[in-house]
Ligand binder design. Sequence first.
Ligand code: PHE
Length: 340
Amino acid sequence: MTERLLNLKSEVREELKNAKSVHELNAVKARYVGKKSPLQEVLGKMREADAETRKALGKAINEFKSFVEEEVSARLQEITAAEIQKRLESERLDVTLPGKRFSAGRLHPLSKTIEEIEDICIGMGYEIAEGPEIETDHYNFELLNLPKGHPAREMQDSFYLDVVHLLRTHTSPVQARVMQKAGGKPIKIICPGKVYRRDNDDATHSHQFMQIEGLVIDKDITMADLKGTLALLMRRMFGDELEIRFRPSFFPFTEPSVEVDVTCFKCGGEGCPLCKGTGWHEVLGAGMVHPNVLRMSGYDPETNQGFAFGLGIERIAMLRYGIDDIRYFYQNDPRFLKQF
Ligand code: PHE
């Protein structure tokens, strides 16, 4: 009988060696200690045996059972260790590999330009004002002394929504809105925003672009204030060496009116391809607020004066960053945008 048990032990060892999974291990265990195990045969013999032999057999059987128990758990450990090892190898991570780079968003060059101008103006005591992009003929033209029959009021130059409403053609209507609200008090505002004109899009024209309007109203405001303000603003934007010059111009809402040029920041005014040999860049329109405009929005032109200016943001950004086509600003091409 002991011999039979010894044989069984080596069978168990052999089968455990071949078992490859927990499932197979359990099957081996069941086969040798379960209800149908060869031990049953030994147990059957026990009934016939004498007390002495029975005792010895019982001991041998228990010993066999714990043998199976131990062998199975030893093999279980081997199998799990091998499985872990296999997984570690197949799921190996190289923590030294460089990670994937996510490209971060950034400010659009136009937003950057607006923010810079706003910062400079806030430093000079300006407040930021806003106005609607859908305007009425009244604010966009009438209150700005743009007489009926002025070409800007024609259908072919403006986007009319109905007889009264249009997409504002400039940020100047905000002048009238702010004046009406201020009720005769001093004003010092800038207003950045989108404007719309019926232009065919090309390298220098866009049917929608952006402006920053400036308006100052107080007592004893002169052209010298306008010039000093614009010189400071432009020097902050383009460099301290820059000069500005006024050229006579015409806007219905300012009198006198000027076009403002700055010396070319690339050649310092000597003339280069960027400034087409002139040494100057035209950057904005400005002037002293027309007495009619003051009067229509509640200011007495005898006691109040003001200046206004309107600059094209795209134009400033194009000069600053050396961009030669306005359409780049609106195409949202990441190759363009990531340069700023
Ligand atoms: N609104 C004018 C334009 O769009 C610019 C301007 C603003 C001129 C304020 C003078 C004063 O061309």
